[in-house]
Design a protein around this ligand. Structure first.
Ligand code: ZN
Length: 439
């Protein structure tokens, strides 16, 4: 056999072995076993792993050669394609599904409280996970390196997200529920598909490296109670364009926004925080600060913190007294409105404008007399007053023109003995009557 022939033979042999290995896996018998006295599992020949029982799946060792505890039976098990964890199980133990690199679907039971450290570490083909309501804890590195994991809705009630929990995942967006009390460092590091993230409303500290190297993160709203932004929190978020700091911010850690090469504007409010070295390293941005606040002076705004920072003092705006503008009175035909406006008492910038409507007016009318006695041949001018805005007289009419006539302007003429009623009609539709007795 020639050298080339030998090589070809070796390759074919390798392929045949691979084929055998694959077909062996596919046609394997169901595998069953116990994880604890109360938890058992079945892995069928299609790769569906079902875990049933009550209690906690134990914590397993990170390394295959460890003995007490030893590694999970599912560790690096390519035969596992789906995992169903049945009701009654309260915890996925540490390293339980460590690097199951064919795992595609995971169904977690309700009642599950906790996912241990490295629980699903580096499950490369896992694309989505639905966490049950009631889950309280996701351990550190639990989903680290799940490179296809693009969707994970975190349940309300979740309390802890361990460090590195979703590091290097393909998450496109993440909403961290307000219930989370412990948000640990680097939890979403290098999620390089992440475009939007929402932080818990009551958060006080953005932990170290939380979104470091999230290169597609476009916007971030920093919750109003945040006092500290940890070191490297947003390092290398190269798509991030602008950030507004909350008024109570006290500290920005070292390299917090380093290498955010798209960062154009950082807006500060309140007192000057302590800004760590290299906080804006490699950045070119404009930083806006409240110019009347005296904590912003000297060294604070003389440095770029590692980047090229142009400091611009801006008015921090305080509302002056409200004024009324654009008043349009209501009429009997249409509602009116006005606007309540506030302007900054320093720079006069308009800060708020609110339109208030005025209800359409009710028609009103008053006649100079409601009844009148006249002698034949006499006249009387019926005067109309008290009309609401927009209204006017449409007509005067006599119920008996032979007794009393009335002109277009309300001049009544007594013609012969008898009674007549003069009706005044307004354009709004309202009417009023005057009874005439001619003697
Ligand atoms: Zn102002």
């Amino acid at each position: 056999m020639s050298k080339r022939g030998i090589r070809r033979f070796i390759i074919l042999a390798a392929l045949a072995t691979l084929f055998l290995a694959v077909s062996t896996a596919v046609h394997a018998e169901d595998t069953t076993g116990d994880l604890t006295e109360t938890i058992s599992y079945t892995l069928d020949d299609s790769g569906n792993l079902t875990i049933q029982g009550t209690g906690e799946i134990p914590d397993y060792a990170q390394y295959a050669h460890y003995t007490n505890p030893g590694p999970s039976p599912f560790r690096e098990n390519s035969a596992v394609k789906s995992v169903t964890i049945g009701e009654g199980i309260t915890r996925v133990g540490a390293h339980a599904f460590y690097n199951c690199d064919n795992l595609r679907t995971v169904s977690l039971c309700k009642g599950l409280k906790s996912i241990g450290i490295y629980g699903f570490y580096s499950c490369d083909t896992l694309e989505t996970i639905n966490f049950p309501a009631g889950l309280e804890e996701i351990g550190y590195d639990a989903f680290e390196g799940c490179k296809a994991l693009s969707s994970a809705a975190l349940p309300n009630g979740l309390k802890t997200i361990g460090s590195g929990a979703f590091c290097e995942c393909a998450l496109k967006q993440i909403v961290i529920p307000d219930s989370v009390r412990e948000l640990m460092e680097y939890a979403f590091e290098a999620c390089n598909q992440l475009k939007t993230a929402k932080l818990p409303r009551g958060l006080k500290e953005i932990p170290d490296g939380l979104f470091s190297r999230c290169e597609k993160l476009k916007t971030i709203s920093i919750p109003e109670h945040v006092e500290t932004i940890g070191p490297e929190a947003f390092v290398q978020c190269s798509d991030l364009k602008s950030v507004t700091m909350p008024a109570g911010l006290k500290k920005i850690g070292e390299s917090a926004f380093a290498a955010c090469i798209s960062l154009e504007a950082v807006t500060f409010q309140g007192n000057a925080p302590e800004i760590g070295p290299s906080a804006f390293m490699l950045d070119t941005l404009t930083a806006y600060y409240p110019q009347r606040n005296t904590t912003w002076k000297g060294d604070v705004i003389d440095t770029g913190y590692g980047g090229r920072v142009k400091w611009v003092g801006v008015c921090s705006h305080a509302a002056g007294a409200a004024v009324t503008e654009n008043r349009k009175e209501a009429t009997v035909f249409a509602a009116g409105s006005y606007q309540t406006v506030t302007y900054c008492r320093y720079c006069k910038k308009e800060l708020s404008r609110r339109t208030v409507s005025i209800a359409k007016l009710r028609p009103t009318i008053k006649l100079s007399a409601q009844k009148k006695k006249l002698k034949t041949g006499k006249t009387y001018k019926l005067k109309v007053s008290g009309l609401a805005r927009g209204d006017s007289v449409k007509s005067f009419k006599s119920s008996k023109k032979s007794v009393a006539s009335v002109s277009k302007k309300g001049k009544i003429k007594a013609l012969k003995k008898g009674k007549a009623v003069i009706t005044v009609t307004l354009n709004s539709g309202k009417t009023a009557k005057c009874k005439i007795t001619v003697k």
